[in-house]
Write a protein that binds this ligand. Structure first.
Ligand SMILES: [Zn+2]
Length: 162
């Protein structure tokens, strides 16, 4: 077996991984390619395959982006669900204090209770149904427990401070 044939055999083995070779062996193969048709063909197909790789990466990227967006959307939605609750509670607190102040604690508490039942309860029922459609069970239980505490206990907690 002469040197040309040996290099040809090694080239056939190494051309598919030519980009991972050190400079010197790669140079030997590239020299061999210039006067060996078979190896040049193999080299060309390897290059074409490499060319198609970035395209595959690109499609993976395209597939990833909607997933990222979905995660961002979900996080935005969670934030929105928390913000809506916070705003309603803030409004009920604010208007109770504004209209009755701490002097007429009984009336204030009465107003606060009705605010919770008239505004907060229907709003969170809607939000919980909405949440159960968009999120898994864990994200329904957490607000459900939270809302129960708010609806059943918050007026008692407020009473402690009056
Ligand atoms: Zn060859």
């Amino acid at each position: 077996m002469d040197a040309y044939k040996k290099i040809h055999l090694l080239s056939q083995e190494l051309i598919p991984v030519i980009n991972d070779l050190d400079d010197e062996p790669r140079q030997i193969i590239l020299e061999h390619i210039t006067d060996c048709r078979d190896c040049r063909k193999l080299y060309d197909s390897t290059l074409n395959f490499d060319d198609s790789m970035p395209k595959q990466d690109y499609t993976e990227d395209v597939e990833l982006k909607p997933l990222k967006k979905l995660v961002q959307f979900n996080n935005g939605l969670k934030l929105l669900l928390i913000t809506v609750r916070a705003l309603i509670l803030f409004y009920i607190f604010y208007s109770s204090f504004k209209f009755y102040g701490v002097e007429s604690a009984t009336l204030m508490l009465e107003y606060f209770r009705s605010g919770i039942f008239l505004f907060y309860t229907p709003a969170v029922i809607f939000l919980l149904v909405f949440t159960s459609v968009f999120f898994n069970k864990k994200w329904v239980w957490i607000p459900l427990v939270f809302d129960f505490v708010i609806i059943l206990l918050l007026d008692n907690i407020v009473q402690l401070f009056l």
